[in-house]
Structure formats: C-alpha cells, structure tokens
Design a binder for this molecule. Sequence first.
Ligand SMILES: *Cc1c(COP(=O)(O)O)cnc(C)c1O
Length: 368
Amino acid sequence: MLRFLRPSLPPLDSVIEHYRAVYESGMITNAALVARFEAAAAERIGVKHCVAVSSCTSGLLLVLRALDLEGEVILPSFTFFATGHAVLWNRLRPVFADCDPETWNIDPANVEARITERTCAIVGVHLYGNPCAVDRLGDLAQKHNLRLVFDAAHGFGSVSQGRPVGQFGDAEVFSFTPTKTLVCGEGGLVATNDALLAHRIRAGRNYGDLGSYDPELLGFNARMPEFQAAMGLAGLEHVDAKIRRHNEIAAQYTTELTKAKGLAVPEVRADDLCSFKDYSVAVDPEIFGLTRDQLAAAMLKESIETKKYFYPPLHQQKLYREYATSLPVTERISSQVLSLPIYESMTDEDVELVLTAAQTVAGQKQQR
Ligand SMILES: *Cc1c(COP(=O)(O)O)cnc(C)c1O
C-alpha cells in the first residue's frame, strides 16, 4: 500500500543540537529558540515581524481578535474548517465566496459581489500552497477599507510574483503540523509588517498579558514550546529542497494525468511558486466516465491511498450550514476533488506506481 503521506522531518541530531542547551537552561517554552525561529522566519519571508504560536488555528483566532473586528468576514468555503472556525470563535459572521474555476482559490470578483457595509475583513487561503490573488484582494481591501488576512497554512515557501507568501495583507498565518511543508509537530506563525498587530499577537498568545498582569486583550495560552521551535529551525534548511521535490512530482502527475480527458488540475499563475503541500485533481464524471469516489475506490484496489481535500466544503458542514449561499464552483470542484500522495520521500518508483494505477483504472474504464 502506498500511504497518502509521510511527513519529512529534519534529522533528530540537528533538532537536539538546537534543543540541548535550552533544556539544560530550564526555559523550555516561548524562549530563546522561539525568538531565533521567529527571526529566521522573518528574514526568509522578508517581513518585519513573525510571532510563533501554538497552531495556525490559534494564530488565526488571535489575528482576528487583535484586529478588533465586528460584522462579516468573507472567506472561501473550499478550505479546511479551521479557516472558518477562527471566524466563528470571534463571533463574526462568515460570508462564503465562491472559488475561481481555474485556480480553485477564492475568486476576487465573487468576493467583491459579497461586500456590504457589515463586511470588516477578507480571509484568503493559499489552497495547496498555490498563492491566491493577493494583489486583487489587496486592491479590494484598500478600496473598501477592509482588513485582509491570509490562512497560509499550506503556503510556507510559496512565492507570489517573486514575493514570498507571508508578505501580504495585514497578516498571514502558517501551520507547522506534520502534514504541512515545514513541520514542528504542532505550531503556527503570524507574519506581519504591522508593529501594533505583532505586539497584540505577542500579548494574545500569553493570555493577553505582556507583563503588566492586566491583559490588553482577551488572549489565551497560544505559546510555542522550545522543542517545536528547535524542529522549525532545523527544518527551515530543508524547505526549499522539499518544495523542489513536491514540484517535480506535481509536474510528472500533471503531464501524465491531464492526458486523460476529464481530469483537471488547478492552474498555478506564471511566476508563482506553489508549495504543492497537496496535489489534487478534479474528476469530471461525465467526461472521465467514473465519479471521484469510483476513482478513489479503484485507486485503493491498486494499493494507492487518496484523500478528498476539501470535501465537503464548509457551507455543507453542520457548523456552517446556516451560512450556506450559492457557491456553484465550490460545489462542483469539491464534489470532484481527489488528492494523491505527494511527499518528499516518495521515490520515482512510487510516483510511477500512482501513475500506473491511474492509467490502469482509466484503461479498465474504457473497456466497459
Ligand atoms: C492545517 C490547516 C489549518 C490548521 O492548522 P493548525 O496548525 O492545525 O491549527 C488551517 N487552515 C488550513 C487551510 C489548513 O490546512
């Protein structure tokens, strides 16, 4: 069986090398290594402030809280539910925008159509690490005086028109769980050029308090432990090689799979670099001759594990059903989406296995 995912971790020795002195000092959470990790990330991304937090979810919660928002937040429905949870936890109202049929990312034209006087912010997502329309969303935010935040959980190492993801909007928030590009075990990072916002996130991750014992905002404990920062520091050196390998595999998949009629992949803009945290195809059952679920079952018979990132979309989940609205592109793509194994330690033979399985399934289908 070819597993869907194997996280690639930095060599343990390189992590321990960072961690040993810290462990001996006894300062094992939110201390020297976290500060070093933040500085290294800020330099890599090219942003003034990075604030490490316990997860991307806690980072998104704190950013929306620290911006003191009220009203409606426009976000995609075709994403992981943590994007929406950050909105609901802040008692803001989610307004779902449809996605672009080519890139599958949030569609700026559809965002604009949903802006009202109650809108306070837009939350974009770089789906699979494919940079979303940061420039057009930035224009909209400016024109309508809205806050702009990116869920960059998939986007560490991605580049939009020559600029690293992390530089855009009021803040971008990364995730470092085992399925993401940079792995700390658990962890997140808020990147921003806004000094006040960075200050408020630093307070927010420590219950809202920066030492006065009189919290500035309603924070909670969202600190990153030092061991997680040691993994992050060690892992930073391997991010580019990992993304290169993901791009090699993605290019092979796209070349071979798009030969089959009825399989489509999201478009990456010229001059963008996608981290390919995930690789997904959309299966058009009318043309391909099999539904997404039939293809998934057939791939499993060929010993290939797959996932459906992301299905069902948020507006079809219990927590979000009351916010459902017309989202035809989201509904079509999410019902067709199938994600294939993509990870650094996949060998060329593993990639070949996936492609052979897909070709076998496509061949059997034609014989019926
Ligand atoms: C993984 C993920 C998150 C949550 O990240 P955590 O670090 O687990 O909180 C948020 N948004 C998206 C799009 C994700 O894929």
